[in-house]
Design a protein around this ligand. Sequence first.
Ligand SMILES: [Zn+2]
Length: 492
Amino acid sequence: MKKVNYILALVYLIVGVNAFAQQKELKSMDLYLLIGQSNMAGRATIDAQSENTSDAIMMLDKNNNWVVAKDPLHFDKPYAGVGPGLSFAQAMLEGKKDIKIGLIPCSWGGSPIKVWSPGTKYFENFPYDEAIQRTKKAMQNGTLKGILWHQGESDNDPVRSAVYLSKLKSLISNLRRDLNAPNLPFIAGEIGYFNKENFINQIVGQLPKEVENTTVVSAKDLVDKGDQLHFNTASAHELGKRYAAAMKIFESGKFDLDEKSVKVKDSKNSQKRKVKTKVVLTFDDAEITHFNNVAPLLKKYGFDATFFVCEFPVKRAEEANEYMNWKQIQQLYKQGFEIGNHTGHHKNLAKLAPDTIKKEIAYIEDKCKKFGIPKPISLAYPGNRNDSISQRIVKAMGYQYARAGGVKYYYPDKDNNLAIPSFTVISSDKYKERTLKALKDIKEDEILVLTFHGVPDVLDPDYSTSIDFLKEILIYLKEHHYEGIAMRDLEK
Ligand SMILES: [Zn+2]
């Protein structure tokens, strides 16, 4: 009896130690998240290099199990093939012993950048959410070292590329937040130069200047497999090596990658840096007091602002004197302020047919063009009224920010940038109190957007803000070291 127990104990011990050793081995993996569309998923023909597997490179399979990595890494389509992932991992292993790599394939062929956001569905999947879930699962067995992104073919046109950088920045910030890795290296890859059009690469190229710990790998001289869209096998391998070269620079702590300003920031420093509280100042309806009173005050205190202009319908001819003419709006632009679109004639967009909404928006764009003012990227819905149709049109017309009402703070990482909430400012006692409380209560991850009308408002005293109250607000910002910004600077 005793002997049997002894043997059993020995068996348990051996099995236990083995399981422990395996677990320990898995724990030491360097993890890399692979996201994007078809060229990251891989569409090239499988060759010998793809078959050259080793248990030093593992991948998280479709069912969240670790298996030895082998092309196709991805499972987005039955015809997934060779992408840059495996050769990236092979190159990362070169010259290193005792490291083990864990790849987390999460790319979806055809996915545009807009589906890479929390809660967004793409056919039957949620690309962003699933990437987060799988990465968190993977992180039980290793340390997340970086993200490889290859995407852009689905956004490679003038309209989509215009908002691409802003979306990419949001994606990076969401990923770093949700993976609790504020300085995680993020490497984007250029799309093939063989694409028929190329709007994306020059946009992606701006990333390293805009976001720390990011870089871009070139797709120069890479060759397609004959479809002017997907890399062939040799080019997919080469792209993987380029990703590895960039990642090694991050990991070595040497920051000069080509001429691009890659800065690897140490986490202690970036946490210490106090982010300035931001208040977005917006002024609606192109009232003459904006030109006469507001702009000089903003200049005096050194703040920026957005003037949302429209041609407000007047009932009597003399009322026209209460609004700016386009020469005056042009002056505000020349003084450095942002001119935003408040639509042509201040109609309720939620009640208009799509074609009319487009015309109302285009009306202001045409006027801006005529007066040498750049096409606005910010819009304020007239009366703050909007719905999913108007939001969709505003987005399709290239707007990066659209302001609504709602008396709430704006959370840039979570909230819809096409329905940015704001507080209307009026200098009645009740509204004064509300505004001052809103200024006082701002938390670190919140942005306060203020909406003003006339300062003062002669035609509509119910919406009036006195010059003194505006001054009081500006002085408050100054004394509390808040930044008064234009809507266009929300992501800076
Ligand atoms: Zn208005």
